[in-house]
Design a protein around this ligand. Sequence first.
Ligand SMILES: [Mg+2]
Length: 282
Amino acid sequence: MTSPTPHPDAPDDGATAHQRTALNALRAFLVDLDGVIYTGNTAIDGAAAFLRYLNETGRKFQCITNNSTQTAAQFAAKLAAMGMPVTPDQVLTSSQATATYLRTRLGTGARIMAIGEEGLVRALMECGLKLALRSPDAVVVGLDRRLTYERLTAACFAVRAGVPFIATNPDLSLPTEQGFLPGNGAALASIQAATGVAPVVIGKPEAAMLEIAMGRLGTSRDETAIIGDGLHTDVLAGRRAGVTPILVLTGVSRRHDVAPSLHQPDYVFDNLPAVQRAMLGR
Ligand SMILES: [Mg+2]
């Protein structure tokens, strides 16, 4: 890592020539979705233009999301409806990353006890893994908004018996129009409390999903950046994976959150158009 670290309170147009050169040398971008590309169902200004700019300048990208409930095709359709030039293979969900991890560790045909929704079930099947209600090779937990006590009990029995306990993502709560709903992390906490076993987490802020995204793109960490809106998720994951973390201020983290944070981005920009201007040297 040789990227310079600007003062976190520096304005967007305060990037030095050296920083612009380092930004411009990046070949691959791991782009978070919620808070960067869209907010809920509304596209963020300049996001489509930024992705087109990456395409036009020969940069590769993957849209990465901790959301485990939907498939990549569903995300790509949502993005296409917003005018984003994104294909399903340019989307990596935490469910797909988890399925890829399991296939690598356990081989195709491994038996998976899955708590989760369509996005997780389809990702497991696409990786050649089998769903199992008993005697699994791994227990995988993603957000399941129909989770029952019976399913929780089965997962706890398996985890207590020593079966690997894997989580798509650790998000504790989900911001919605109704307020904060319990996230997957709340279900994980319940299994951990009942069994004394902590899960292996694949999604952000862990590095695994970023490494799988880089594997898809065929790029090295030195030439790859993550663009996200969260210091504790995207920036931390970027640091752990050894890629360049770029924070944009269109989502959860604010400029005044940066200085006190343990997780420092290499760059802070107001939004994606500001990233694009800096890459263009304007
Ligand atoms: Mg986000």
